[in-house]
Design a protein around this ligand. Sequence first.
Ligand code: ZN
Length: 283
Amino acid sequence: MVNCKDVSEHYITPKSPPYFAFNIWSMESAKAVIDGSAKTGQDVILQISMKAFQRLDKEELRRFVTSYMEKRKVHAYLHLDHCRDLEQIKEAISYGWDSVMIDASDKPLEENIAMTNLVCGIAEETGTLVEAEIGQIFKTGDKGHNAESGIARIEDIKTFVKNSKAHILAAAVGTSHGLYKGLPKIHYDLIEGISEFTDIPLAIHGGTGLTDEMFLKLLSYGNVKKINISTDVKMAYRWGIMESVQKGYTDESGFDPLKVENVIHDSLEEMAVNKLRLLRKDR
Ligand SMILES: [Zn+2]
């Protein structure tokens, strides 16, 4: 068994509880997810795409998340999602992000391992967690690709885990980013197979559209430590806008931005609560 290095200061370890990770793009979306976290008493990961990262005031977001999570008495960890750019990774680390993802999964295995280790070397000084991807997690509807064609090969995972210093592994197990048509075929046997030779924590991407039963089955595997939700956050935002229109809050006469923002906030918070309650024993 290949053991992860002793990283007791890291928030995700082979012994830590599992987390949901929600994509956010602003202080307001971060606040809504933290409010959902506080309502359920479950700590949470706020992850930021490369695009959102470029747009955000990183220092202000870091400051806001730290102060607001303390106020709400929960932990909200900041994570940089799918990043292929070393400069952005360095920036995230310098602004105090708790974890970063290096995604070199489209590269040959050796190159993926080398890139991952390069990032691990950079992250070591600050104790920042590093997530890497193996296999390829595609977008639903990607031309020429489907979830099955990207599934990680167990032999490659063995080689990766043996040679890389990554702390979290996003192995492609059958899920995809975006909205599914029907339900995806998750290779639970692969998740179990990985646990037979390593205790590395796994990140499951493409959590939008999975049923509660699927989440609970995923969470029943001790090595599943991070489940990503992105599209659902955007959909909750969209529902908030649509509900505001339906309620007449966007009508020209008496238009009140505060009412619209409250509806959007509540929609995001509810989405987070519905996922986070699955982590509770008393759900
Ligand atoms: Zn992803």
